[in-house]
Design a protein around this ligand. Structure first.
Ligand SMILES: *[C@@H]1O[C@H](CO)[C@@H](O)[C@H](O)[C@H]1NC(C)=O
Ligand SMILES: *[C@@H]1O[C@H](CO)[C@@H](O)[C@H](O)[C@H]1NC(C)=O
Ligand SMILES: *[C@@H]1O[C@H](CO)[C@@H](O)[C@H](O)[C@H]1NC(C)=O
Length: 428
């Protein structure tokens, strides 16, 4: 073959030799097709919102994730740190507008961004929402474009002061530091003189968050409710597709949505292990529920608190079978005390704790591994006598509320956000 004698690849393209051009073109087409087949084409359930768009979003995410794993492999940095820089490079400065004052400040050592509606006369008492962003305790931020625009919208539409917390992230810190950051900032905000500075009505304050932020919001709410020293109490908690438990990775939603974008089952387990500073070598034990086998002592009783056979509706259970190992990995519980900690898994709180909690909003999505975490929590709260609104989106997927700006706008995301805002408006 003549072409092999050419010294440089570039010469192939400009050699004018038709046969060579054809070969290069077909190689390129094969490469693009392989890339497309590998990354883009994933069958999506027909009931999910805008499946083609979701497929492209998912491909982008997986490609970024693989590149970060590669960077980690070559020693360029922890995969989560690399992913953080890739995904959170779109930080916004605090920009005030005609009817909103936006400032970055510090609450008792923790960074926060505060959104204050300015349309009413100065000194008018306002409602308020403490917002905790999601991102697997490792990604995202109060200052990123998607959370900044969500908080602006919530602040304007509900006409409430929003405090968005920039807590520290994994892998710089681990459980319980992110929770303690959020708790510290919230407690500081709830001090009477701080509330007065922002003209907040102390009887009308909510805590809210999505995904990992929903986990932190639920944990903060329990911590503050249980603390007898906390005189100013939260009026509401609003949890958007929250992660609430680490004891069962085989709930029907985990089984049904194993490979769903934006969050796979394996991905969620890894976020948990990194958050709790436990080796990723345990991933496979967790996948088969070996960490909560019948010989694991204390976890057996705790699993009763997330017994989805009684806590989920038939339409969610379908024909899925519980995964319970009789012999597993009992030594894990000793190495891994956070397994038993309700500050990590708010779903396992006692009934006595749940009874004290405020009125609650829970949003879940059908195509989400975390659907049953939120659904079981709603059910347990109702059984404890709490007023719960549970909004479930049949065409929703995990994280959809963050995808409401160009170029990743999803109709179901906007609908979910609007329903959430409406509930806050009516109940706060
Ligand atoms: C409540 O305050 C008392 C006195 O300051 C302190 O000793 C106690 O630890 C506090 N309790 C909690 C749960 O923070
Ligand atoms: C996390 O785990 C590593 C290795 O086991 C340990 O050196 C480190 O101190 C842990 N960090 C925290 C915050 O517990
Ligand atoms: C689960 O535990 C059993 C008993 O210790 C063990 O035989 C099995 O290999 C474990 N499975 C995984 C995936 O670790």
């Amino acid at each position: 073959m003549k072409a092999t004698t050419l010294p440089k690849f570039g010469l192939f393209l400009c050699s004018g030799h038709e046969e060579v051009k054809m070969k290069v073109a077909s190689a390129l087409i094969t490469a693009v097709a392989a890339f497309t087949a590998y990354y883009v084409y994933r069958p999506m359930p027909s009931t999910v919102s805008e499946p083609w768009k979701l497929m492209l979003l998912d491909a982008t995410f997986r490609c970024a994730q693989d590149l970060c794993n590669l960077a980690d492999y070559f020693g360029l940095g922890h995969r989560l740190r690399v992913l953080y820089y890739v995904s959170s490079c779109d930080k916004n400065d605090p920009v005030s507008s005609g009817n909103l004052k936006v400032t970055d400040t510090i609450f008792d050592g923790v960074e926060v961004r505060v959104y204050e509606p300015t349309s009413e006369p100065h000194g008018t008492m306002k409602r308020s929402i403490v917002y905790i962003h999601g991102g697997g305790w490792a990604l995202g931020g109060a200052r990123t474009r998607s959370y900044d625009s969500l908080c602006r919208k919530v602040s304007e539409d509900v006409n409430a002061v929003v405090v968005s917390i920039e807590y520290r992230l994994v892998p710089d810190v681990h459980f319980p530091t992110p929770l303690n950051d959020v708790l510290t900032a919230t407690k500081h905000f709830l001090l009477p003189d701080v509330l007065q500075t922002y003209s907040i009505d102390p009887d009308r304050i909510a805590v809210s968050g999505d995904s990992a932020g929903g986990n932190l919001a639920a944990a903060v709410c329990q911590q503050l409710t249980e603390n007898p020293n906390q005189t100013i109490k939260l009026k509401l908690q609003a949890l958007v597709y929250p992660a609430l438990q680490i004891l069962d990775f085989n709930t029907p939603s985990y089984q049904q949505n194993t490979d769903m974008p934006v969050l796979s089952r394996l991905g969620m387990i890894k976020y948990w292990l990194d958050y709790l500073n436990v080796s990723l070598a345990l991933t496979h034990s967790m996948l088969v529920n070996n960490h909560t086998s019948l010989d694991s002592g204390e976890t057996v009783a705790l699993r009763e608190r997330l017994n989805w056979n009684t806590l989920l509706p038939v339409s969610f259970k379908k024909n899925y079978k519980p995964v319970v190992q009789s012999i597993g990995n009992p030594s894990l519980v000793q190495k891994f005390p956070a397994l038993l900690d309700a500050r990590a898994s708010p779903l396992i709180a006692t009934k006595e704790t749940l009874q004290l909690l405020p009125k609650t909003y829970i949003l879940t999505c059908e195509h989400d591994v975390l659907r049953d975490d939120g659904t079981m929590f709603a059910k347990r709260l109702q059984e404890a006598g709490i007023d719960v609104t549970h909004d479930h989106y049949d065409d929703g997927f995990h994280g959809c509320m963050s995808f409401t700006t160009w170029p990743t706008y999803f109709l179901v995301g906007a609908r979910a956000r609007d329903g959430y805002v409406k509930w806050l408006k009516e109940n706060l």
